[in-house]
Design a protein around this ligand. Sequence first.
Ligand code: 6PG
Length: 465
Amino acid sequence: TTAQIGIYGLGTMGSALALNLAEQGIDVAVTNREPERIAQFMEDSGDLSAHLRPHETLADFVAGLQVPRVVLFMIPSGQPMDEMIEWIVPLLDRGDTIIDAGNADFHDTRRRAAALAEQELHFVGMGMSGGEQGARHGPSMMVGGSDHSWRQLSPILRRIAARFNDQPCVAHLGRDGAGHFVKTVHNGIEYADMQMISEVYGLMRNGLGRPPHEIGDVFDGWNDGPLASYLIEITARILHSIDPETGHPMLDVIKDSAGQKGTGRWTVIEALRLGQSASTIEAAVGARSWSSEKDTRQIAEETLGGARLGLDLSVQSLADALMAARILAHAQGFRVLTAASREHDWQLDLARIAEIWRAGCIIRSALLDDVAAAFHAGPRAGELILAPAVAERLALCVPALREVVSAAVHSGHAVPALSAALAWYDTMRQGYGTANVIQAQRDVFGRHGFERLGQGGEFHGPWWD
Ligand code: 6PG
């Protein structure tokens, strides 16, 4: 029998996805660049192998697929994807769909989609979130591509997706790069949330002097309330873990230098290109970069003195501060989506995006249900922070964010993402800000001109007389 879908790439994610499909009774053709891996994968797949069709060559793999074909690539993004396209295209026919399910730069996705469209082939950029467990048991999937591809894919993807209120967390979000772009912003929000959680951990650990397991208990408690989220849940688990080698808390043996593969940075770059600034995400990307300069930081601590004073903050204030900052980071992420949607004419459905992020993905949280509701109702000016329920929540939580950021700043604890969230909030709620000074300065040194309040046109000041 021919397979409904083919998966190329049996690494961690590709294998998990193939098994998920097989478990749903979908026949899957599988292959891999290094053929040795294929036999191993089949051996490990147990009863599910009944739905798996292994192939050693690309030609056999393609020949084993139902027409029009669906071929999903789960391989490293960038150059390898371009190479694979070049190899497989001669074997495909009009109406076939190639899916890139990795974290690709959406500019590449747009370029590939345009190139393949010339040969009447369809290219889908699909963001897939949830890590290995998600891929295996139900990921959240953000699809960008043609209506034709979506008709081919949706019956398959709806079966393997994570579910929230029995609705599958997968959607066709727009043309070409839309899916990969939305996934990129998902990761940007992921970076911000991870950084904010680590900042709050730092305040409890170094400012309140709490040991990891106690902080783990606090996070467990938070996970039963409005802050409930996958990232809080796994952080609690991390905080309770002990290193089997040394008997120390796991966190205390892990080097404080964070890696990053690029999606967070792409979000920031795109935000700036679109005339936005997702400052919480930017702070998170920057903090990861600074974290990797460990040697420099160690020298600086000797030279500049790394003293951090004790803090007097309640756990409730920290919880409320994190809630406020999490809302603000989401608001910034959705603004980037709005700007990109306008730029590329994707007509992104923000409510739908929030809905498919409610389960399966890394940023899934109780908050996203409220975000979805807010976008369904259509907030004023399209701004999440102006949705009545969100504004009310911010009014309750922002005082705590203010208290936490002030205390941290006063006592020398770095809180780049929390403070960026607050600075953005305070900027946005001032109808009359301070950019008049900037405009005047620009006019003085460059005769750039300015608008007068309430008057269009260009004016100059009396500076040069
Ligand atoms: C997800 C994750 C996943 C992955 C990224 C992030 O949504 O499942 O975002 O895509 O963990 O690779 O990686 P970095 O932190 O290395 O940038």
